[in-house]
Design a protein around this ligand. Structure first.
Ligand code: ADP
Ligand code: MG
Length: 389
């Protein structure tokens, strides 16, 4: 018998095939997928070369494709109900349609690396909520790179694929993101979180103790001003590192920063204090989750949220309401922000047996406070980008 997931995957695949037939009048011959991710600890630490504890999640982007021999790429996104078409020998950015640049950017960057690309027809379908902080953009990029890899008959390491996809987002889309999203999407291993060291890009698999479940809670509020605020935080961190004479905030321990805090303007000091502590918390949370130390998990998550709210200032009123709802729900162990902040998704660690009760309570409490229907996604740790049958 099919498991619930296999049954749901079958239905999903059927919808994608039907869409492919309607759009292109043929059957797909190749399927690739790549997961979204949630950061369990380590907000904004990646571009400061610190630690992040990240979980590649069981919500992913699928691309069903069929090769073409004329160097043309035709794409349809089921999520956006939008199409794109371009030639591989001339890849230009599109000003009016942002999503096309994620696709074109991956193609352009792979090709610039000397990797041979083949044209294709493709349908994109994602269960990663878009623009909600779970990295639908990296899931799209990494799934697409995997399609081109399989069609082209070459192979790159997961690490290199992640770096190339990051380059596509940095250079072609113009979003100066760190490495977290693409690394999570490419290097995921079913069943474990990853402790990523963004300085040397090494990862350690972290097995979350039995009985603890990761549950994502979507505030359903627009992430406002994310681009501008994100770049501002980045430059404040760079300013702090420069004033303290280090190459990145990663080079500072919490003690070393505390001793020299007075050398920094107050706002910059607050930003630096958060990052340095948050990176240390990522390592600490990995240990606490492996050991199943629920008291430590609760404390680390609470410190992280307080820092995000008071020091890094990336919280919104909707996030505070969701934090209250999560902390009041049965089975909660710890809860905090996720992604870049400013709305979008948050994350809770929950007693696995209480997942359903937790979910129901969060939905009720959040609705009572905001009149907004939240979405709650219990997730598993998923495998990274791959071709699948
Ligand atoms: P996040 O990565 O947190 O979801 P971003 O703003 O970084 O948010 O990336 C979201 C963008 O990625 C979307 O606005 C869209 O352009 C593109 N994108 C992601 N998933 C898809 C999809 N399934 N189909 C088309 N475009 C997508
Ligand atoms: Mg993104």
């Amino acid at each position: 018998m099919l498991s619930t997931n296999q049954a749901a995957d079958g239905v999903r695949a059927g919808r994608v095939v039907a869409c492919f037939r309607e759009k292109f009048g043929s059957e797909p011959e190749l399927w690739a997928r790549a997961p979204g991710r949630v950061d369990l600890m380590g907000s904004h630490t990646d571009y400061n070369l610190g630690f992040v504890l990240t979980l590649p999640i069981s919500r992913d982007t699928w691309i069903a494709a069929r090769r073409r021999d004329d160097g043309v790429v035709r794409m349809h996104s089921m999520n956006l109900d939008a199409d794109d078409e371009f030639r591989l020998d001339r890849i230009d950015p599109v000003a009016e349609s942002r999503w096309c640049n994620y696709v074109r950017g991956v193609a352009a960057i792979l090709q610039n690396e000397g990797l041979a690309l083949t044209g294709c027809d493709a349908v994109i379908h994602s269960t990663v909520p878009v623009e909600s902080g779970l990295s639908s953009s990296a899931a799209l990029e990494c799934a697409l790179a995997t399609v081109f890899e399989a069609l082209g008959g070459w192979s790159v390491t997961a690490e290199r694929k992640a770096l190339l996809c990051q380059k596509a987002e940095n250079e072609f889309v113009g979003m100066k993101c760190g490495i977290l999203d693409q690394y999570s999407s490419c290097l995921g291993r079913a069943g474990c979180a990853l402790l990523l060291d963004c300085r040397d890009l090494s990862t350690r698999a972290v097995h979350i103790a039995d009985g603890i479940r990761v549950v994502i809670c979507n505030t359903m509020s627009q992430r406002r001003l994310t681009g501008g605020e994100y770049l501002q935080r980045r430059s404040q961190c760079e300013q702090g590192a420069a004033l303290l004479g280090v190459s990145a905030l990663r080079e500072l321990t919490p003690e070393a920063l505390a001793a020299r805090r007075h050398e920094l303007p107050e706002l910059v000091a607050k930003r630096c204090e958060f990052i340095v502590a948050e990176s240390a918390r990522a390592e600490a949370l990995a240990a606490a989750l492996e050991a199943g130390d629920r008291v430590a998990v609760a404390g680390l998550c609470a410190e992280s949220f307080a820092g995000a709210r008071d020091l890094y200032e990336i919280c919104s009123p909707a996030m505070s309401d969701m934090m209250d709802a999560m902390l009041a729900a049965p089975g909660v162990i710890g809860a905090r922000q996720a992604g870049a902040g400013f709305g979008g998704c948050m994350v809770a660690l929950v007693d696995a047996a209480s997942t359903d009760a937790f979910r129901a309570a969060v939905l009720d409490t959040y609705y009572a406070a905001t009149q907004v229907r939240a979405e709650v996604y219990p997730v598993e740790a998923a495998e990274g980008a791959e071709v699948f049958q």
